[in-house]
Design a protein around this ligand. Structure first.
Ligand code: SF4
Length: 353
């Protein structure tokens, strides 16, 4: 394998405007000694305005366009946008913002030369190299360490991310540029989410007012998503067989194993059941503990802790753990219980049921 070790040069101001989550952004901002109380002061209101626009764009477009004509403003508005999002104390807004920053970065990165992709991946301490000789045995532009690959592909559902479908050699995976960028997108999203996972010690009224506006916008957007992706009401007849089997087990045994409980809870919160209703379901369980059960449900729903919103495991994993039961015809065409649920509803709607 021939690889090229490239020294990481410093990022330019344009880079920081495009990829403001980089570690070097902090160095750029530090000498300005910006304080949260300074924000509303004359001259900084432009930054606050651009920061609010960033959050609005994230909520409405799931992307954040870069303004490359005002680099300073663009860079400085990123940490302020983070403050606005933190001030909302809303897990949906936090997740949506982190995702939009990651998606925009991914859109831009895929157009960059591979040296830039490598430089940004190294900002995340990836063990990544440019593959100099693209042959049949080593067919791609990059080699990425097995651990960096696994950490970032774990939640990607497409078959191509399965290790069995990857070219692995000496602890490295061969990846083309789009796939490398896709994995970086995951890394960026997590970095931004982590920076949003804090509480503000103080919140000036101007910032609180912006956060309130953002929350109103988010409520409108959440309404749209519910009608767009999943129905507002829970449709029991569309449950996949494994979920029905879990209900049966719960009814007869009054107990579920850890993975069964996780699967059922994450499925129900993802299809729109409230944490309160899920909690009611578990009340008949022999080991019911109100405080613990509420905590677990809210954690899975992304209402606590890291604000990570969990989804049920894929069918392949549920099969391994014996949770997949009574598979039917539709099961053969899907890979995930939520995909089953959506597909079944579409089929019912098309057939007029
Ligand atoms: S194939 Fe998937 S959706 Fe169908 S029963 Fe098994 S786990 Fe559930």
């Amino acid at each position: 394998m021939t690889i090229l070790q490239v020294e990481s040069p410093r990022f330019t101001k344009s880079d920081l405007a495009k990829y403001p989550f980089l570690k070097q952004t902090a160095e750029f901002i530090k000498p300005l000694n910006l304080q949260i109380d300074d924000l509303p002061r004359m001259g900084l209101d432009q930054i606050l305005k651009r920061a609010e626009d960033r959050v609005d764009e994230a909520l409405t477009n799931r992307r954040i366009n870069r303004n490359m004509k005002a680099l300073d403003l663009e860079i400085l508005s990123f940490p302020v946008a983070l403050l606005i999002v933190i001030a909302t104390e809303n897990s949906f807004i936090k997740k949506r913002y982190a995702l939009a920053e990651a998606k925009q970065a991914s859109n831009d990165l895929v157009l960059e030369p591979k040296e830039k992709v490598l430089q940004i991946a190294r900002d995340f301490d990836w063990r990544i190299h440019i593959n100099l000789r693209e042959t049949q045995d080593s067919p791609s532009e990059f080699t990425v360490s097995f651990t960096d690959y696994l950490r970032n592909s774990a939640h990607l559902h497409d078959k191509k991310w399965k290790l069995t479908n990857s070219v692995l050699s000496h602890g490295n995976i061969y990846l083309n540029k789009p796939d490398t960028v896709r994995l970086l997108e995951e890394e960026i999203r997590r970095r931004v989410e982590k920076r949003l996972d804090v509480k503000l010690q103080k919140c000036p009224p101007e910032l609180a007012a912006v956060a309130e506006r953002v929350k109103k916008l988010a409520s409108a957007v959440i309404g749209e998503i519910e009608t767009e992706e999943l129905p507002k009401i829970v449709v029991q007849s569309a449950y996949p067989p494994c979920i029905n089997a879990l209900f049966e087990t719960a009814k007869s045994n009054h107990h579920l194993s850890h993975i069964e409980r996780f699967t059922l809870t994450s499925f129900l919160v993802n299809i729109g059941m409230s944490s309160e209703t899920v909690n009611e379901l578990f009340k008949t369980f022999s080991d019911y503990n109100e405080r613990l059960t509420r905590y677990q449900i809210e954690h899975i729903a992304g209402e606590r802790g890291s604000a990570t919103h969990y989804t049920p495991p894929q069918c392949s994993l549920l099969q391994t753990h014996g949770v997949c039961k009574n598979r039917d015809d539709l099961c053969r065409r899907i890979y995930h219980p939520l995909a089953y649920y959506k597909r079944k509803q579409r089929l019912a709607a098309n057939s007029g049921i």
